[in-house]
Design a protein around this ligand. Structure first.
Ligand code: ZN
Ligand code: FE
Length: 256
């Protein structure tokens, strides 16, 4: 199986969209579309025709361009569609544990509520790629707009259980702010210090810090490390539950 070609493109203030293209079948998917023009431009730059639009959640920076892009390309839109937070243009509604076929490989859906209740992540085992939406970012996680901390912690545990070599695409470039916060709760983590240097260099060179890998996030992302003895003792929460430690880390980030 020829690996999918992946193209990352920025839009809006700090969003990333991704195009996935199969050189064999010529099928092309985009993950989220907050800006139809930006997606069309990325398609044109690569000479690809869009066949699928995958939507992670209902926020407008992920959906504002979906309907226009669908009209322009006739692409099939796959995503969540809760009645409380509808997404216009969704053709195929997906739920936790569903799988669908894209270019001859399976795409697994992982429901990760917390940032929103409709949040769906797209996992492609054959390519070791995860699109984590606004659930998991490089060194960070999404704010809790609709779910509570235990719900988000459970969602992050689902992602933590994926193979360590999984390539993780979060939807935003928030990494420098995430790194500045991470060292305040995990100050003795050498891997984290090294990674802070690395992401600074990337940003100074105008390079994205997305994608990351699950292995790197497990070592450096405080939101996946609520069970870490160093963090727990730093927060004076040695005997607290992991979910409570996660909640405290999230609370501190909100106030950072
Ligand atoms: Zn969002
Ligand atoms: Fe977002």
């Amino acid at each position: 199986m020829t690996p999918l070609t992946r193209v990352l493109y920025p839009y809006g203030d700090d969003n990333y969209g991704v195009l996935l293209h199969c050189p064999d079948t010529l099928q092309t998917a985009c993950v989220d579309c907050g800006d139809a023009y930006a997606t069309q431009q990325a398609l044109q730059d690569n000479g690809w025709s869009l066949t699928h639009i995958w939507v992670t959640h209902h926020h407008s920076d992920h959906t504002a361009g979906v309907f226009e892009l669908k009209q322009a390309t006739q692409a099939t839109v796959i995503g969540p569609n809760r009645s409380e937070t509808p997404i216009s243009g969704v053709d195929q509604v997906i739920g936790d544990g569903d799988t669908f076929d894209f270019a001859g490989r399976g795409v697994q859906l992982i429901h990760t509520p917390g940032h929103t209740l409709d949040m769906m992540n797209f996992y492609l085992p054959a390519d070791s790629v995860l699109f984590s939406g606004d659930t998991l970012f490089t060194m960070g996680c999404g704010r809790l707009f609709e779910g509570d901390a235990p719900t988000m912690w459970k969602s992050l545990l689902k992602l933590s259980a994926l193979p360590k070599d999984t390539i993780v695409y979060g939807s935003h470039e928030y990494t420098l702010a995430n790194a500045a916060f991470a060292v305040t709760v995990d100050p003795n983590n050498e891997a984290l210090k090294n990674q802070c240097e690395h992401v600074k260099k990337l940003r100074d060179a105008g390079e994205p810090t997305v994608p990351t890998t699950l292995a790197m996030e497990l070592q450096t992302n405080p939101f996946l490390r609520a069970d870490d003895p160093g963090i727990r003792s730093h927060l004076n929460m040695v005997d607290a539950s992991d979910a409570d430690v996660f909640a405290e880390i999230r609370r501190r980030k909100d106030a950072f």
